[in-house]
Design a protein around this ligand. Structure first.
Ligand code: PLP
Length: 394
């Protein structure tokens, strides 16, 4: 029986493979710094709100594009952050995770034959999203070690078939927080080429250096930006699958229709809890940020000691490292060999850098990504493993 060409062309996630391998080779003493989910508890009051919603029998379908309570909470928080009123009835769509929101945004705005500009390295879903829409991705590389944009390269990626650009700030896998200058240049290109700006702002509350600028707040960008975020990372509930898009009314209508036919809606009781989460006070967000910054400083220090190089990531919860020294010390050829070595011989799951690029092995061959969305206790357990590695490299 036939498998569709698009589905057959998709590859399995290396991140999930690393998670399988660590369980296989080191079931008791392995540390998983590959997959981006927290190993610590979600906030007590948010969990309680979910339990209460289930007991109150909010167990049937919610309004397809999100409960009024959650859309109001999203609109209130966004209005405050952006300094303009967001209409929960015409501008907000709740989805099953920001992953679905991005897919829906692209499906609602892109036609087969169009092009979508995507920065590499990237979060793995944007490329398949584009392919599923029948469009062609145009990749533009961020340049290490500071992951800057080359403006000529970016301009060259735009053309008459460009329908939009995906901007993920703060960025997975590099931790880059896009500067105002960079975002203004992107905005200028969006205007010139009449392109959408699809933003992925899932790490908006995890910024340690600089500040997060929502692209929709830049001059003239409100009407051409589909701003996507969600609850997974801010409230440590990646399994709840709650995300949302804030977008102009006309495109919101189109997105709601696509969303209806893709998932019909996000989990109803969790939406009630999501509204409670978004209403947590400023101290919650400040503590979250401070604790992540402590984890960042700790892991970056430990990685440096072991021979990995990276500037402290300005946001999100990933360290994308230059592993050249470690590769040379171990006599290995590339990132994939090193990640395999780390998971098998050292008991540390990581992600090979090349898996975040489109050209399977040309870029990212000397890069390895570590996550730090883990308890300090877990990160401390990684230190003796990194020391063991260092002894072998030295
Ligand atoms: N966007 C980025 C940049 C991510 O890194 C991730 C998860 O790792 C997601 C989206 C997934 O978000 P959600 O759980 O809301 O689908």
């Amino acid at each position: 029986m036939q498998i569709a060409r698009i589905a057959a062309g998709f590859t399995d996630s290396i991140i999930r493979d690393m998670t399988r391998q660590i369980a296989l080779y080191h079931p008791h003493d392995g540390i998983n710094l590959a997959q981006g989910f927290p190993d610590f508890a979600a906030p007590e009051e948010v969990k309680r709100a979910a339990c209460e919603a289930i007991m109150a029998d909010l167990n049937q379908y919610a309004i397809t594009w999100g409960t009024p309570l959650l859309r109001q909470a999203i609109a209130d928080r966004t209005s405050e952050a952006w300094g303009r009123e967001i209409d929960p009835d015409r501008e907000v769509t709740v989805c099953a995770g920001s992953t679905e929101a991005m897919f829906v945004a692209i499906m609602a705005t892109v036609n087969p034959g169009d092009e979508v500009v995507i920065f590499a390295p990237f979060y793995e879903n944007y490329w398949p999203d584009t392919i599923l829409a029948g469009a062609t991705p145009r990749f533009v590389y961020l340049h290490p070690p500071d992951w800057h944009i080359n403006r000529d390269e970016l301009r060259r990626a735009f053309g008459p078939r460009t329908r939009g650009i995906v901007v993920n700030t703060p960025h997975n896998p590099t931790g880059k927080v896009y500067s105002q200058d960079e975002l203004l240049f992107i905005a200028q290109l969006c205007h010139e080429y009449n392109a959408w700006c699809y933003t992925d702002e899932i790490y908006e509350h995890l910024v340690y250096d600089g500040r997060h600028i929502p692209p929709a707040t830049l001059p003239g960008m409100a009407e051409r930006t589909i701003s996507i975020s969600g609850l997974s990372k801010t409230f440590s509930v990646t399994g709840w699958r709650l995300g949302y898009a804030v977008a102009p009314p006309r495109v919101t209508l189109a997105m709601r229709k696509v969303h209806d036919y893709v998932t019909c809606g996000a989990a109803h009781p969790l939406q009630a809890a999501g509204a409670a989460a978004l209403r947590l006070g400023p101290e919650y967000f400040e503590t979250l940020r401070r604790e992540y910054q402590e984890r960042r400083d700790f892991i970056v220090g430990a990685l440096h000691e072991a021979g990995f190089r990276c500037d402290p990531p300005a946001g999100a919860y990933y360290a994308m490292t230059d592993a050249s020294r470690v590769l040379e010390g171990l006599g290995l050829n590339d990132d994939r060999q090193l990640s395999d070595y780390l998971v098998r011989e050292i008991g540390l799951a990581t992600v090979p850098g090349s898996s975040f690029y489109p050209d399977s092995g040309e870029h990212g061959r000397r890069e390895v990504r570590f996550v730090f969305c883990k308890k300090m206790e877990t990160l401390r357990q990684a230190v003796p493993l990194l020391q063991r590695l260092r002894e072998r490299v030295a």
